[in-house]
Design a protein around this ligand. Structure first.
Ligand code: ATP
Length: 211
């Protein structure tokens, strides 16, 4: 099974491109979805977070208050690191479980959409890596419109990640998502054609055409 990593920064357009790929029929594993679902799959995560950060970040249904907890975590490197030490092993375990299942089902391609693919070294487990690139101004504006966060909350989130320039050095392909969605679709098709040329055995890529 060909494994493709799809990454970028916060608000750079990974979900947008992931949706385009899903519409083409590809199997996508969304690390954000996995990061939410692991709380139900591995109840020990909730216990560990309560031990480390207290019970106040959970509501009466024992669900994490995501926005409040996100602001608390992103405001401090130390807290973020502690949180990641708790949750990352479970997320990675679940991602690889899901990949194995797709492989066993005979799927010939799987895409992992993960903001921190490179920071967590997961790109090294992929056959091909694609970066969704956007200029910083556009990134900031898109996050502001989507998430209604304050100026400093947005900057904290952008600055807590590796820069897109750094990421571009370790991927095989970059897609510029600073322009229109139509332009992005064309860029995506070009990248898929190129991957199809390099991996001729993957039939689902070679049958795509440019739609
Ligand atoms: P995150 O990692 O924070 O979840 P993301 O990388 O998945 O972000 P998206 O949610 O896909 O990013 O995009 C961020 C916002 O920008 C969304 O509101 C999306 O609709 C919008 N957007 C994405 N691409 C474009 C585009 N080419 N033109 C206009 N708006 C766009």
């Amino acid at each position: 099974m060909l494994k493709i990593g799809l990454t970028g920064g916060i608000g750079s357009g990974k979900s947008t491109i992931s949706k385009m790929l899903k519409e083409k029929g590809f199997n996508i594993i969304d690390a954000d979805v996995v990061a939410r679902e692991v709380f139900n799959i591995y109840p020990e995560i909730t216990l560990k977070i309560k031990q480390e950060f207290g019970e106040s970040f959970f509501d009466e249904n024992n669900a994490l208050k995501r926005k409040e907890f996100g602001n608390f975590i992103f405001a401090s490197q130390v807290r973020r690191k502690k949180y990641e030490e708790i949750i990352l092993p479970f997320i990675q375990k679940e991602i690889f479980n899901r990949m194995s299942r797709l492989h066993e089902e005979g799927k010939e391609l799987c895409i992992l959409d993960a903001a921190t693919l490179i920071e967590n070294d997961l790109h090294k487990c992929m056959d091909v890596n694609i970066l969704v690139w956007v200029d910083t101004f556009t990134q900031f504006e898109r996050i502001r419109n989507r998430d209604k966060l304050s100026h400093s909350e947005i900057l904290n989130r952008i600055n807590s990640q590796m820069s897109l320039e750094e990421k571009s050095k370790v991927v095989n392909y970059s897609i510029d998502n600073s322009k229109s969605l139509d332009n992005t679709k064309k860029e995506l098709d070009k990248v898929l054609e190129e991957i199809g040329r390099n991996f001729r055995g993957v039939k689902c890529l070679n049958n795509l055409g440019t739609n």
